[in-house]
Write a protein that binds this ligand. Sequence first.
Ligand code: IMP
Ligand code: MG
Length: 204
Amino acid sequence: MDDPSSVTEEPAGPAPVPPAQPPTAMTRGVGRVLFTADDIQQRVREIGAQISQDYAGRNPLLIGVLKGVIFFMTDLLRAITIPVDVDFMAISRYGPQQKAGGVVRLTKDLEETIDGRHLIFVEDVIDTGLTLSYLLRLLQARGPASLEVCVLLDRAQHRLVNIPLKYKGFDLLNRFVVGYGLDYREAYRHLPYIAELRAQALVP
Ligand code: IMP
Ligand code: MG
């Protein structure tokens, strides 16, 4: 337990210069913040309100791919004011997406039956779109009543396949970003904001 009385006093003398805030293991490698926690919450609330309006009376099922989407999904769910269900899939990639053409192996399938349901596929970031387009085809084959995409970050410059996005949070340019669920080698997911990853942090 912290006991303030046990803190030893600095010896008298010139006032010490406070050291610059050292980076912690959590923030080392984190560059410019692109979207603050407030920016994100504000935009997610707007999207949630829009979904609540568009899907009133349709009890949509939100589907996400683990793990990157967890923060966005849980905030979005809390911003939706109509009855809604949620389900998750998990995938494992075979290697560089361009080579695999987006084909992935499902390591966890949905628990819900989706035929006749109104689906909203929720994604953290769309880059080439290859993985997403593969997963959308897979879901479409199971006969949902409708299928739309809701993405937090859209890096449209990298797109290799056209995917209509019904809801979009923010546009993203070239830089690799971390935080708010997004990782680099499983690190930085838990940052409450979205920031660029510094080039020095990349493992060669
Ligand atoms: P793609 O659209 O098939 O190329 O793959 C998109 C996936 O790559 C996303 O779901 C993320 O898992 C990952 N990804 C793409 N860009 C970033 C980024 O800037 N930070 C973290 N993960 C990313
Ligand atoms: Mg992802």
